[in-house]
Write a protein that binds this ligand. Structure first.
Ligand SMILES: Cc1cc2nc3c(=O)[nH]c(=O)nc-3n(C[C@H](O)[C@H](O)[C@H](O)COP(=O)(O)OP(=O)(O)OC[C@H]3O[C@@H](n4cnc5c(N)ncnc54)[C@H](O)[C@@H]3O)c2cc1C
Length: 437
């Protein structure tokens, strides 16, 4: 076994000592200490971290095993990246049913966090499109799980804890080509607190669009923002593949860039640039629509050595109008600087995972660079506001929520603990579930 080495997760806010092994498709690895499957490590916090244990890397197990271009049913190894799948199936008129904001995610990671995308109101989560998974456990060996198997509901959004997903069968979506017809609309910004009403109205009138998402200026008390909606369309052949990243960040950004005033300036600049495109309609490559951050390699270095936290919460529909502005006002008044906040209203489609994050309601995701102790206390208070209205915080992005909050957000965690593979554990699970058992 390799010696422990010190590494940072995607959010870079902390380090962990872990050793590494590669999954070879044979027996379940017999290694001392705890193990944790790992995809491409794009989870921001510690769901993909195993401090003091071993990561079982899956990214070399990335073969596409079967694809039927007449039905769009794909079977692949769990280490296959969404980027590679999309590039293979697009020329045949198919696309992934759900994609997160980066294409550098494995199928295993997409299942284990039951990821959502801009089409949640139409498609639900990634797990909804999964027809079958092959799971290898240290205690019971290999199992083929269909959507009605109880272990399927533990494995989708299972945070990698139920065993190693070896392969999966996924139903893809038919698309007319590699383009997206995109509308860009401004909202809010002219009356006190009106932004949330404008956002909710735009979202309500855009339900027939495949994809909807908003960007909000959290530093602006009126919650102005930019609303994007898109639908699939055809485009030139060159759009079938993504263009190479335009920029790589070779260095960490200096710490002075972090802070309330730079956050305000950045948000204001973004809003001004978008203002020139009011109500514009454009046809763009789908890569650009779904994965704008992938254009910058290692963009997480933009937050400097002390990294950042991404905070993503969801609150039910009946609470969204009051609670979203209240939480954002609380963070603003607590001087928590945020550069980028994304808002999305989830639909009613039920998520198949026992611990799935999405619920019908509105979700907001924001980056908090180099969080101070005061920022963390403000986020703890925000957690309580989310819990009070029956919402939750997203484990895939988390590195800080308390044990008690996690157990309020996900009271079903005990059932999940009973389904855990005894050889597997993660830093996240030890922090939020096992800390007080
Ligand atoms: C720029 C950016 C944008 C993002 N946007 C979104 C978004 O819009 N929506 C969203 O939902 N998420 C989003 N995410 C989060 C990301 O989609 C998830 O964290 C995803 O799970 C990462 O996949 P990964 O392959 O990197 O897995 P990792 O981060 O390496 O692992 C994630 C989890 O999956 C488990 N796992 C991985 N492979 C296997 C396997 N073979 N068997 C069993 N368990 C396994 C791990 O143990 C871990 O618990 C975003 C992340 C980034 C960096």
């Amino acid at each position: 076994m390799n010696p422990l080495s010190l590494e940072q997760p995607w959010g870079r806010g902390f380090s962990a000592r872990q050793s590494h092994a590669f999954v070879d498709g044979g027996e379940f690895p017999q290694l001392a200490g705890t193990l944790l499957p790992r995809g491409l490590g794009r989870s921001y916090g510690d769901v993909c971290v195993n401090d003091g244990g071993t990561l079982l890397h899956t990214f070399r197990r990335d073969r596409l095993l079967a694809f039927d271009p007449s039905t769009g049913v794909l079977t692949c190894e769990a280490g296959a990246a969404l980027a590679d799948i999309a590039q293979t199936v697009l020329p045949h008129g198919w696309f992934l049913p759900v994609v997160p904001g980066t294409r550098y995610v494995t199928v295993g990671g997409a299942i284990a966090n039951d990821v959502h995308g801009k089409n949640h109101h139409m498609r639900g989560t990634f797990g909804r499109a999964v027809r079958r998974v092959t799971l290898r456990r240290s205690d019971t060996g290999i199992q083929s799980l269909g959507a009605t198997d109880p272990m399927f509901a533990h494995t989708v959004a299972g945070l990698g804890l139920t065993g190693l997903i070896e392969d999966a069968t996924v139903q893809l979506d038919r698309v007319p080509g590699p383009g997206i017809e995109q509308d860009t609309l401004l909202f809010g910004g002219n009356k006190s607190g009106g932004g949330i009403d404008d956002y909710l109205a735009l979202d309500a009138e855009s339900k027939s669009w495949n994809y909807t998402v908003g960007w909000i200026d959290t530093m602006d008390r009126n919650l102005r923002g930019v609303f994007f909606r898109g639908k699939h369309c055809d485009g030139p052949k060159e759009w079938l593949a993504p263009s190479a990243p335009k920029l790589a960040l070779p260095l960490d950004a200096p710490q002075w860039l972090r802070g309330r005033w730079s956050a305000r300036a950045l948000n204001a600049t973004y809003f001004r640039v978008q203002s020139t495109n009011t109500a514009s309609r454009a046809t763009i490559p789908l890569w650009q629509f779904f994965f704008p951050l992938d254009a910058v390699t290692a963009w997480n270095r933009a937050y400097g050595k002390r990294g950042f936290i991404q905070y993503q919460f969801v609150v039910p529909n009946d609470a969204a109008r009051e609670t979203v502005p209240r939480i954002l006002a609380h963070l603003r008044e607590s001087n928590v600087a945020s550069y980028l906040a994304v808002i999305k209203t989830f639909g009613e489609i039920h998520s198949p995972g026992l611990l799935s994050f999405p619920m019908p309601g509105t979700t907001v995701a924001l980056d908090v660079p180099a969080p101070s102790d005061a920022d963390r206390r403000a986020l703890d208070r925000a957690d309580a506001m989310v819990a009070d209205v029956g919402g939750r915080v997203y484990p895939a992005k988390d590195a800080r929520m308390s044990t008690s909050m996690f157990q309020r957000f996900f009271p079903q965690w005990r059932e999940h603990e009973a389904a855990r593979d005894p050889a597997i554990s993660s830093s996240f699970w030890r922090r939020v579930a096992l800390a007080n058992t």
